[in-house]
Design a protein around this ligand. Structure first.
Ligand SMILES: NC(=O)C1=CN([C@@H]2O[C@H](COP(=O)(O)OP(=O)(O)OC[C@H]3O[C@@H](n4cnc5c(N)ncnc54)[C@H](OP(=O)(O)O)[C@@H]3O)[C@@H](O)[C@H]2O)C=CC1
Ligand SMILES: O=C(O)C(=O)[C@@H](O)[C@H](O)C(=O)CO
Length: 279
């Protein structure tokens, strides 16, 4: 089994360097895929209320043979539950569906500025952490302005900001904002989902130089940027490949060349958190 590095958060808890994305993994097949991920060595499963697979996450952990306390489970509060009591109920519902007494990490999924109630969801998360129902609290798809608003309102800094981050969209400015505030950046769609830049020259050249696959190079690049990726794969071999990224190091020039693949229109589906809404 592959041993995965871990990173300390601003609340003293830790996150594995590479987690496992679970979007679209549902039903018995979804449970089986998550279980192979746990057998391969993943110790972080990234779910969300909107993925409609929290039962499957709980079942995968319970049937994996890995003790619950050795696995971290992330879920996310959707936009329709930002009102304070609705956010509390959302987390309580997640706990029931997962079948756990606590969440390791809970994020506000999107800021949904048109709803204008993400501050209430954040206050709820602060209180849920006090009650011991959530160990670490964070946000997803937050910009500098959203981060400042929640910190100014509560004095509590999110532990994590999970944002879109891949070679076509390396998020240099947001990484700097997160780092400046002591927030750990986590990368969603770290491989670029269905538009993986595996054939791009900086990626293929680094892969050849290090005897690695293009996916491993991209995930290693993420780590060297200080961002923690959560790749998803339904295939056991690719799951192991994506976890096996601790045996080589990219040069500064290789990191810079991959970052140079950034495009102005690099977002996967136009998910600009200032305007994109997900309920
Ligand atoms: N907070 C947010 O708003 C968001 C969070 N997320 C989270 O991020 C996770 C990861 O993002 P996701 O969108 O799934 O995309 P990824 O960037 O993880 O890419 C997944 C795709 O890449 C393929 N793939 C995986 N590994 C390899 C490999 N080694 N070689 C070749 N192809 C590979 C997979 O195919 P196959 O399965 O066949 O291997 C799948 O088609 C999600 O599952 C979810 O948990 C995602 C979007 C938004
Ligand atoms: O997967 C997630 O966490 C999402 O937020 C997705 O809904 C993502 O935004 C997407 O795939 C939209 O097409």
């Amino acid at each position: 089994m592959i041993a995965v590095d871990s990173y300390e958060l601003n609340d003293g808890n830790s996150l594995p360097a590479v987690g496992f994305g679970t979007v679209s993994l549902r039903g018995d097949d979804g449970v089986a895929v998550m279980r192979t991920a746990l057998e391969s060595g993943y110790r972080l499963l990234d779910s969300a209320v909107n993925y409609e697979n929290e039962e499957e996450v709980g079942q995968a952990v319970r049937t994996s043979g890995v003790p619950r306390e050795d696995v971290l489970i992330t879920t996310k509060i959707p936009g329709r539950h930002h009102e304070y009591s609705s956010a509390v109920e959302s987390v309580e519902g997640s706990l029931r569906r997962i079948g756990s007494e606590y969440l390791d990490l809970c994020l506000i999924h999107w800021p949904n500025p048109s709803v204008g109630r993400y501050l209430e969801a954040w206050r709820a998360l602060v209180d849920l952490r006090e009650r011991g129902l959530v160990r670490s609290i964070g946000v997803s798809n937050f910009t500098a302005q959203h981060l400042r608003a929640v910190i100014d309102d509560t004095g509590v800094t999110p532990a994590v900001n999970q944002i879109e981050l891949h070679p076509y969209f390396p998020q240099a400015a947001m990484r700097e904002v997160d780092a400046g505030l002591g927030i750990q950046t986590q990368s969603w769609s770290p491989l670029g989902k269905n538009s993986a830049p595996f054939g791009e020259r900086p990626v293929s050249e680094a892969a050849a130089a290090h005897g690695a696959t293009p996916a491993q190079v991209i995930l290693r690049w993420q780590l060297q940027l200080g961002a923690l990726p959560i790749p998803k794969s339904s295939d056991a071999r690719r799951q192991r490949e994506n976890l096996d990224v601790f045996g080589f190091e990219l040069t500064d020039a290789e990191v810079a060349a991959i970052s140079g693949l950034a495009r102005d229109d690099g977002r996967l589906f136009g998910g600009d958190p200032d305007v994109h809404e997900e309920m």
